[in-house]
Design a protein around this ligand. Sequence first.
Ligand code: ATP
Length: 561
Amino acid sequence: MKTGMNDMRRLMRLFRPYRIWVVGGIALGCVVILANVALLALSGWFIAGMALAGLGPQSISYFAPAALIRGLAILRTGARYGERLVTHEATLRFLAELRVWFYERLEPLGPAAMDSWRGGDLLARIRSDIDSLDNFYLRILAPVINALICSIVIVAGLALYDGRVAALDLVALLLAVLVIPLMVQKFAASAGRGLTEIRSALDSAATDTTRGLGELFVLGAFERQRARVLELGERLIAAQRRQMWVGAIGRALSGLVGNLAMWGALVLVIPLVAAGDMPGPQLAMLALWVLASFEAVAPLPMAFAAFGETAAAARRIFEIADATPAVRAPDAAIAKVPACFDLTLTDVSMRYRPESDWALQDFSLSLAEGESVGLVGESGAGKSTLLALVQRFREFQSGEITIGGVDLREISEATLRQTISVVAQRTHLFNASIRDNLLLAKPDASDDELHHALKLAGLEDEISNFPDGLDTLVGEVGTRLSGGQARRVAIARAFLRDARILLLDEPTEGLDADSEARVLEALGKLMQGKTTLLVSHWPRALAFVGRVEKVGHEPLHESRS
Ligand SMILES: Nc1ncnc2c1ncn2[C@@H]1O[C@H](COP(=O)(O)OP(=O)(O)OP(=O)(O)O)[C@@H](O)[C@H]1O
């Protein structure tokens, strides 16, 4: 609960830029509630007054009250419309900004973030957790503040007529504001937490299922996975049902308290009217006033029911926002730009966790600008780790890596990305056109440049034969392209970027001889004049580099020159 409140305070701070919208929405909400209470109380007084006038000798002027009733009805409707507009505008603006805020914090975590969070879980945080934060203002903050302000005004107004009725309403409202919502909160908190966790597990399972559909079918595990997803779906529905039940019971209890308070008011006021100490129409007015006052607190049980889910969602968002990035980019003021592109690693050691074995130990390697080196080593020797270190996706514990004599840690993220291109075994292609996938590497490239890059990558003819050419959609993770074609799209991207250092991670792995030959031909052109590190097991690929080094736990020794 304490962390929940802290997270809520933090959320409130994020709302600061929209405070005008927030305050405006709350003010309009108060107008709606107070106009409604006034409308009901006045109508009660007016109808009772008219009825009594019909029965007895006294007359009643109905113009002013009738006009006031109409005015209040229009005010209530207009304010309700405005309130919905303003509160939703505030929420949507906030959510849009929150997504950007979240991405800005997620990005520096880099690929290392995937060690701690699964892809589906991250997706759930970005999508459903952020979405469920719309509860915060619409269903929690605004109703609670409205309830507080309006309850005070309503009870103070009642006190002008009758202190005992005001006291009764105050007690009943406190019951509805504090006791019932707290009871609801107690039951809803666990349901809310469960809801967020199950939703995330379901998102992860659904993402895994779609990604691994092929493997699931081949291994005959589809039915088991399907049953798991269905089970999570049912648990999600059960948790949602529980949360709704708790909220609904709270609402019903608060309605019951409201009705009992109205009856209580009648019991208190009837003797006064009977004794002639209070005009008759005030009986109906006060009773309806008390009944209407519960409109102010009616949304609170739902607000408290939503608290658990919203607090859990906020916790999950802040957990990522507060995570320490695996690497720190240097301050712009001290960032340096390498003047040339030789690459040196000196006694570099890295382990993924303090308690783990070294993934790379005392590794040294030196490449002159334009030189190409092949890296070999048994599985788990640390070759991919080494490439990750050069790309600055991970921090290393000791040693030094320099580009053009500049410590890697002093090079800005932007400069580093411009300096290094990567072609890997797994090329991520987005479910978009070939053009869009290429433009990622150079957003302002003309069609001529794209065609030239494809030509250099040996893909131009095949793309021209597609009916839609550059506009051909590559399908989910590039499924409409062959493995070799996807690899050559990555090479075309590298041609477009024209970075001076090239990292090739098993670029021919899994290709047949024909595809391998085409990829290698393209790579041969790409490597021209570039400082290149090539990780590969394949002699045909290694034939393209100047020398080969072995990566292993023992200190470096040269295996072939
Ligand atoms: N994200 C990670 N978290 C923890 N340990 C890791 C992680 N990635 C790799 N390792 C460990 O670091 C060591 C080196 O792994 P790395 O992937 O760099 O080897 P590799 O030489 O590229 O192997 P392969 O040829 O099989 O790809 C291995 O012991 C591996 O288990």
